[in-house]
Design a protein around this ligand. Sequence first.
Ligand code: NI
Length: 167
Amino acid sequence: MALLHVLKYPDPRLREMAEPVAAVDDAIRQIADDMLETMYEDSGIGLAATQVGIAKRIIVMDLSPEMNQPQVFINPEITQRKGTQLSQEGCLSVPGYYEEVERAAKITWQALDAEGNQQTYDGEDLLAVCVQHEIDHLDGKLFVDYLSPLKRQRIRKKMEKTRKRNL
Ligand code: NI
């Protein structure tokens, strides 16, 4: 296992479109394990491969209170959306910022699990939010894209300042 570096907004690599995983093998499982370790280390509940500079369609998450129920979704695709919900979102690539975003309330999605088996899942509330947020990452999209241009610009400027201070 290894900790990976999480890219921070506005890093251009966060805008890359991730490629589908051709085969779920040990190398892919290793990436997923490393992503989970990185997510736990940063106290996140979800992470997409794009955020660690790997342009493959892999997302990991853990919404359990004890953070002991890791989930891996490979090549995830939403097949059904129902209703809308408004909730506060944050992101390990935009640390320190939490904003309200509108998402589908209930979704159905398909993905390969860590064994490479195609599965169908249903989720609502936070689980639905998290899956939509992480799949957005695989398409180069961030939660700040849902905010007004003014708000997004403010966050971007503050993030750039923070980065300079951390040199
Ligand atoms: Ni995120």
